[in-house]
Write a protein that binds this ligand. Sequence first.
Ligand SMILES: NC(=O)c1ccc[n+]([C@@H]2O[C@H](COP(=O)([O-])OP(=O)(O)OC[C@H]3O[C@@H](n4cnc5c(N)ncnc54)[C@H](OP(=O)(O)O)[C@@H]3O)[C@@H](O)[C@H]2O)c1
Length: 263
Amino acid sequence: MSVVLVTGPTAGIGKSIAYKFAERGYDLFLVARRIDRLKEIALDIEKKFNVNVEVLQSDLKNKNSPKEIYDYSRETKLDVEILVLNAGYQHNKTLHEVSLDDEEDCLRVLGLSVIMQTKLYLKDFIKRGGGKVLVVSSVAGFAPASPRYAVLYGPVKTFMNRFVEAINAAYNRENINATALCPGFTVTEFHSVSGTQKQMDKVPSFMKMSADDVAEAGINGLFKNKQIVIPGLVYKFLVNTLRFLPNGLVKFIGNKVAGGRYE
Ligand SMILES: NC(=O)c1ccc[n+]([C@@H]2O[C@H](COP(=O)([O-])OP(=O)(O)OC[C@H]3O[C@@H](n4cnc5c(N)ncnc54)[C@H](OP(=O)(O)O)[C@@H]3O)[C@@H](O)[C@H]2O)c1
């Protein structure tokens, strides 16, 4: 049975994606830092869906993590067919205050590790006659840049959207397809981890999505070979109209819905 590799399945969107692939009968290879949670989730999934689940503790802040993950899957003979590159967080500091190391860590987890993992599996995908990559990006990749905190979060997600486009342009002929899943505000541990729970609490409920709905939209889009998936009508509307509105108005709207992040 072919295997789905999911990074960041111990919470939020990645966890929902892992359960949904297992429900569809796929074996899983789950990677994150919290090994207790990984083992607990693996046991639960194996019991519920009768699939095999392999886990690996790895910190994607480390430069050698993508190679470690790839080597482990080769050693254990996992036939990885789908990559779900989801792990992520935000540091919520200003550009001049965050240390060089912390900035680099964040960019590595959100950006460089996604590229390196994809690069490592491409040769195998070509050999096996195809493969799929689901990159969990964000609507922040389309929104105006945050003027104060986590300034590089949006730009790195824009980069991931362009990376997905580049993979499709270069490898669609080899039956390799990539999808960028671009959620808006989603109820997960993301905001408590980044210290932005207060702003998230101010976001109107019609702007908040569940991790399950986001995961379902992402998997459906992946199987339809969609390049960009924006879950939810509200966000589809916003992304498609934002580009025609004046910048000042976009920032005003952003501020109203983003709990004061654009103040
Ligand atoms: N929530 C939102 O509003 C929202 C909106 C748009 C996009 N997104 C994107 O969605 C993705 C998932 O976020 P989420 O909302 O589901 O957040 P979450 O609930 O906090 O889950 C984040 C996952 O990433 C893993 N992770 C974080 N740092 C890691 C590291 N250094 N090495 C390995 N794994 C790491 C965590 O596992 P461990 O802590 O166990 O390592 C956890 O499983 C992210 O890429 C985020 O940018 C989120």
